[in-house]
Design a protein around this ligand. Structure first.
Ligand SMILES: Cc1cc2nc3c(=O)[nH]c(=O)nc-3n(C[C@H](O)[C@H](O)[C@H](O)COP(=O)(O)O)c2cc1C
Length: 200
């Protein structure tokens, strides 16, 4: 089986819902399996130590997950139009992987959740691509062949799946948002399987 890393941060669970849908899409492709991982929060005032294993949900990512996986779906809530600090903090710890080209040539996609509909999904998705480009990853989006891109009245963009969670984070993942997240997982898995071992 070829592992594909679905790495996300989620404080209130909205980004996590998208991560699980993308993982389902990945798992639906024969030969591919999703490896769901998250990152711990960061402390602004002093060094806080998170438990090794989160209280619920998938384990925290280790750097070897980046090495072992053939593709990456990276997710974060939108915070002031950008990715959340815990995900940026994790990425800032990947210098050794950048130096050794661990991620070079592997396909990647990005996803996000927001409280408001026009609160920066696209800016977050585009800015999340930047460190992945520095790593030499092959960035993937969603083509307009995916009907949901035209019909959605909530999230779902050509830059990657997204979810409008509303201010209380209780908005359900809509049919279009769900279809686009599943499609992204399938698309990432198919490309990762083709490229795995191809030395792109
Ligand atoms: C510090 C902070 C900044 C935020 N900035 C934005 C923003 O720029 N645009 C927006 O629509 N929502 C913003 N939100 C709301 C989150 O994006 C939204 O609650 C999201 O669904 C949280 O995802 P999660 O449930 O995966 O943690 C912000 C939330 C916080 C705590």
């Amino acid at each position: 089986m070829t592992d594909i890393l679905v790495l996300y941060y989620s404080r209130h669970g909205s980004t996590r819902k998208l991560a699980e849908l993308i993982a389902t899409g990945i798992d639906s492709v024969p030969g591919a399996q999703a490896r769901l991982r998250t990152v711990p929060p960061v402390s602004t005032v002093c060094e806080a130590t998170a438990p090794d294993i989160p209280a619920d949900g998938p384990p925290y990512a280790e750097l070897r997950d980046l090495e072992e996986c053939a593709g990456l779906a990276l997710g974060s809530p939108t915070r002031f139009g950008n990715m959340a600090a815990p995900m940026k903090y994790f990425l800032d710890g990947t210098v050794a992987q950048w130096l050794s080209g661990t991620l070079t040539g592997k396909p990647a996609c990005v996803f996000t959740a927001t409280g408001s509909l026009h609160g920066g999904q696209e800016t977050t998705l585009l800015s999340m691509m930047l460190p992945l480009l520095h790593h030499g990853m092959l960035i993937m989006g969603l083509p307009y062949g995916e009907k949901g891109l035209m019909t959605t009245a909530s999230g779902g963009t050509p830059y990657g799946p997204s979810h409008h969670a509303h201010a209380d984070n209780r908005g359900p993942v809509t049919e279009d948002e769900s279809a686009l997240a599943l499609a992204m997982g399938r698309r990432l898995a198919r490309v990762a399987l083709r490229l795995d071992g191809a030395g792109a």
